[in-house]
Design a protein around this ligand. Structure first.
Ligand code: IVH
Length: 686
């Protein structure tokens, strides 16, 4: 801290200190607002930090002068046991969606019909932010309570977490002499910017933490922390877009309300377009769609609101959504580009996957240069040819895919792709089983398969060997130092040091990493073997059911099929794997080198963790939008839940995305709780 503490002749009275503290707090609130809300700071960061440090020092020396709304409290408070819930005084409604200009025009017609007017209606249009809705309650000008939207009627109290968000005012700004409204409820969307999201995930990966699937999940997870000190470290931001109850002057229009909120210190999206007629709303929608990828935060559409609050009141609401507002959603993130070539990759189980090499194109801010074509049938179905112009799509974190060919762009120069008759890597025979989409390289010793098996063995969720990346695996296999994952345990420093980019230190670290991972939970051991259809979740089911490697290896097909979540195909594949002499030998060699699978109850017996998901059986159906299905599965499993393929009386929850099928009907007849994505996210991040 600065050395200007006045230890002068006259001792500072507590009154003087109190005044200094108050001045500092006022100044810091003001500078926070200039910096975070207006994006127009008046002082340097260093000066800000000096003031903040001075304040924190004074507060530490004088705990009797503490104030929960001090600008110094953005660092979080001690953890909570659980979240309290609170009823919103006015329900937090959701919005009807429009997907076409026609839908929007219909909405405009409905509004006019309901009001019995012919005049053009004025709308205020805003970006639709893809974040988490919150409500902030201010009493006497101070932030008294913050809550999530929850089910719209009741939300969870997340005040301490929200206090750490720098763009949320803790104390309302009012012109000198003006009293703040006695009660003010403000609604807005909490989110994480894309740049900050990338940094957050990079950091998590560095610290061996699972990355978030997308900024929305990251924001949801961060808001739902019991320990607000963790929230404080997350780069959360807010844009406010509405009000709940207010005791004080009520604005006459939505736009006036936004301006009023801005004056009080709230952050309002600068792209809001006030008081426009329907043709301009359509223009605005296109403008936003064109610029959405250059914004630093995700938006998924435009929210169109009748501007006049009196008209809003006359229009009222249906059960879940107001009649005066509409969300006009953007289309999925797609782009067109050219297929330069089609290459074939050989996976762990020998499956040949055709991959389109694309002329690199930015899709939703991410450069895409490859897209999976899945298999031969897919290529035929979509009739993708080399040289074609295609529409590619990226959804969340999934591998980009080719949606369709733009046939009008064909020149006749395109060439039809032929699936190779022999493995492109080992030249071994290729077969395609009846009823299967994939062609497979039948040579178990194909270097591509060996490499992929070893990569899988060493990956997260399996043996998780630090320092054994793809490049190193390639070298080890190509130089014939290893031919199977069992050989990893016999690697020594001398051998490793001879390899490219392997110093003595990395060699030592790698050997150590391999040796120290020998005690491994059974579930991970089973997963690491790379048995077809045995992912982390099936491996978990096997571990819990059989509780030992020997029993798993000895299980009959019938016994395997008896496990909920293991179907005939999986059972066959497991039996087939353990029946191969070669595989049994490999496992024996691994065990002989000192590997010890053990039953880790905290890990394997899902029922023992304290997540509300632990031990629960989930079924997923329909298209999920906030994460892919496999992502959802992974997350449920890592919280101790189980995901199975079909609804039965043992199912606890059905997670229904868009266009759910017969599973939803079945769940309803069996009276099984159905969750939408938001509810699933709630459970996941609890
Ligand atoms: S207004 C009654 N404005 O969209 C009005 N909502 O689908 C309801 N959202 O729960 C909210 N940006 O989380 C409004 N500019 C915006 C918004 C917005 C995002 C979210 C909000 C709401 C959901 C409804």
């Amino acid at each position: 801290m600065p050395k200007n503490t006045p230890e002068s002749s006259r001792p500072r009275t507590i009154e003087v200190i109190r005044r200094e503290i108050e001045t500092l707090r006022r100044e810091l609130h003001h500078h926070n607002y200039r910096y975070h809300v207006l994006d127009d700071p008046e002082i340097s960061d260093a000066e800000y930090d000096r003031k903040l440090r001075r304040l924190m020092d004074l507060e530490a020396a004088h705990p009797e002068l503490a104030d929960p709304d001090s600008p110094s409290v953005r660092v979080g408070a001690p953890p909570l046991e659980r979240f309290e819930t609170v009823r919103h005084s006015i329900p937090m409604l959701s919005l009807d969606n429009a997907f076409s200009d026609g839908d929007l025009l219909d909405f405009d017609r409905r509004v006019k019909r309901h009001l019995g007017v012919q005049d053009e209606i004025r709308y205020t249009a805003e970006p639709k932010l893809d974040g988490i809705a919150v409500e902030l309650v201010y009493r006497g000008g101070r932030l008294a309570l913050a809550s999530t939207r929850g089910d719209g009627l009741t939300g969870e109290v997340i005040t301490e977490n929200v206090r750490t968000i720098r763009t949320v005012p803790l104390v309302l700004q009012t012109p000198k002499g003006d009293a703040p409204p006695t009660l003010l409820e403000v609604r807005g969307e909490v989110f994480i910017g894309l740049g900050a999201f990338k940094r957050l995930n990079a950091n998590r990966l560095k610290n061996d933490l699972p990355p978030f699937a997308n900024p929305r999940n990251a924001a949801a997870g961060s808001l739902r922390q019991l320990d607000s000190r963790i929230t404080a470290e997350r780069p959360l931001e807010i844009f406010c877009y509405g009000m709940g109850r207010i005791e004080g002057e009520i604005p006459e229009s939505h736009w006036e309300m936004l301006e009023y909120l801005k004056r009080l210190g709230f952050r309002i999206n600068p792209l809001v377009r006030p008081r426009i007629k329907i043709p301009e709303v359509l223009d605005y929608y296109r403008e936003l769609a064109a610029m959405r990828h250059s914004l630093d935060y995700d938006i998924d559409g435009t929210v169109v609101k009748v501007d006049d609050i009196d008209l809003q009141r006359r229009l009222g609401a249906k059960s879940r959504s107001p009649r005066w507002a509409l969300a006009y959603k953007f289309e999925a993130v797609q782009e067109t580009t050219r297929v330069l070539s089609i290459e074939v990759q050989v996976g762990r189980t020998g499956a040949l996957t055709p991959v389109a090499r694309l002329d690199p194109v930015s899709v939703g801010g991410v450069t895409v240069s490859n897209a999976t074509l899945h298999n031969e049938d897919e290529i035929r179905r979509k009739d993708v040819r080399i040289g074609d112009t295609v529409l590619v799509q990226r959804a969340g974190d999934v591998i980009p895919e080719v949606v369709k060919v733009i046939e009008s762009r064909r020149t006749g120069e395109e060439t039809v792709f032929q699936m190779p008759g022999r493995c492109p890597v080992c030249d071994g025979g290729v077969e395609r089983n009846a009823g299967e989409a994939a062609s497979r390289c039948m040579n178990m010793n194909c270097p591509a398969q060996i490499k992929a098996r070893i990569r899988h063995f060493a990956a997260k969720g399996a043996f998780d060997i630090d320092g054994l990346g793809a490049k190193l695996v390639n070298q080890l296999v190509e130089k014939e130092i290893i031919t199977s994952y069992a050989d990893l345990f016999h690697l020594d420093e001398d051998t490793l040091q001879g390899l490219e980019r392997m110093g003595p230190k990395s060699a030592r670290n790698l050997v150590e990493a391999i040796q120290s991972g020998k005690r491994i939970p059974l579930r991970r051991f089973l997963y690491s073997l790379g048995i077809r259809h045995v992912g982390e979740s099936v491996a978990g089911l096997l571990a819990v059911h059989f509780q030992s490697l020997e029993r798993t290896m000895a299980a009959s097909r019938e016994e395997l099929e008896g496990i909920e979540g293991v179907g005939p195909e999986i059972a066959d594949s497991i039996r087939h794997f353990f029946d191969q002499e070669e595989n049994r030998k490999t496992i024996q060699r691994i065990l002989d080198s000192g590997v010890e699978p053990f039953l880790d109850f905290a890990y394997e017996d899902a029922g023992k963790t304290d997540s509300p998901i632990a031990g629960k059986v989930f079924v997923l159906t329909g298209t999920l939008t906030s994460m892919t299905r496999s992502e959802a599965k992974k997350r449920i499993e890592s919280a101790g839940g189980k995901v199975t393929g079909s609804v039965s009386k043992n199912t606890d929850y059905l997670v229904a995305g868009d266009k759910p099928g017969s599973k939803l009907k079945k769940a309803e007849t069996l009276d099984i709780q159905v969750l939408d994505e938001a509810k699933l996210a709630d459970l996941l991040y609890r």
